[in-house]
Write a protein that binds this ligand. Structure first.
Ligand code: MN
Length: 251
């Protein structure tokens, strides 16, 4: 069976996932395998210490009590016959720009697919809620890029991190990973039983102005496409560090 595998990190009930699956289903049959609840910022986590349950809540739509990366594994290896032509993730509620990339379950689901050798695209919408107009515009971007990647393919080990601005779209650009700034992150309070608790997550305080970056593009109303790679080795640093004295020995 030829199909596109769709997942996300916002959970199986997200309107962003529904828009993604509906849009792609006009191009290719879609199988949805997604977390049964919101697992945003779960990164590339894989569940190894407990079994996974997958409930087929509608034909070809599976809710899994695991992470986005778990879902890609199930979608590729077991739940359905055959292997996907493409793996898509999203449409995430909120942009995944700059430093967000390795926190993001949305992006890491696409990374997992790329590690397995499949072309993959992560889609995120720079918004705090799913306005109908924004979701419609994001779905048009999905339609365009899914058709494009199915026809043109992607280089081995490369996956796309796509961010769609809210409001009017002024164009599409290839970008590089930028740098986001977050505010003072740690909230310290006392619970009703007198015990301290901490809450991570300072608000977004802006981004570095880096021409050609994902952050700059989305701020300018452009759809940002960042090609990312699974191999994280810095070839430049391998050369820069070549003169390190590594004569360490265990004596
Ligand atoms: Mn999310």
């Amino acid at each position: 069976m030829s199909f596109v595998l769709a997942t996300n990190d916002d959970g199986i009930h997200s309107p962003g996932l529904a828009a993604l699956a509906e849009t792609v289903s006009e191009v290719e049959p879609v199988v949805v395998v997604a977390p049964d609840r919101n697992r945003s910022a779960i990164g590339h986590a894989l569940t190894l210490d407990s079994p996974l349950r997958a409930e087929e809540i509608r034909s070809g739509v599976f809710a899994v009590d695991g992470t986005p990366t778990d879902c890609v594994n199930l979608g590729v290896h077991g739940l359905v016959g055959g292997t996907p032509k493409l793996v898509v993730s999203g449409i995430n509620l909120g942009a995944n720009l700059g430093d967000d990339i390795t926190y993001s379950g949305t992006v890491c689901a696409a990374m997992e697919a790329a590690l397995m050798g499949f072309p993959a695209i992560a889609f995120s919408l720079d918004a705090r809620e799913f306005a109908t107009d924004d979701l419609t515009r994001a779905a048009e971007v999905v339609d365009y890029l899914v058709r494009y990647v199915l026809a043109a393919g992607l280089p081995p080990g490369i996956f796309l991190n796509v961010n769609v601005p809210s409001g009017a779209i002024t164009g599409i650009r290839l970008t590089r990973q930028g740098k986001r700034h977050y505010g003072e992150g740690l909230v310290h309070k006392t619970d009703p039983r007198g015990r301290s608790y901490y809450w991570i997550g300072g608000g977004l305080a802006g981004f570095e102005d880096i021409p050609g970056s994902d952050c700059n593009a989305v701020a300018a109303g452009l759809v940002s496409i960042t090609p990312l790679r699974t191999g994280l080795t810095s070839e430049a640093a391998l050369e820069q560090l070549a003169d390190w004295d590594l004569s360490f020995s265990m004596d």
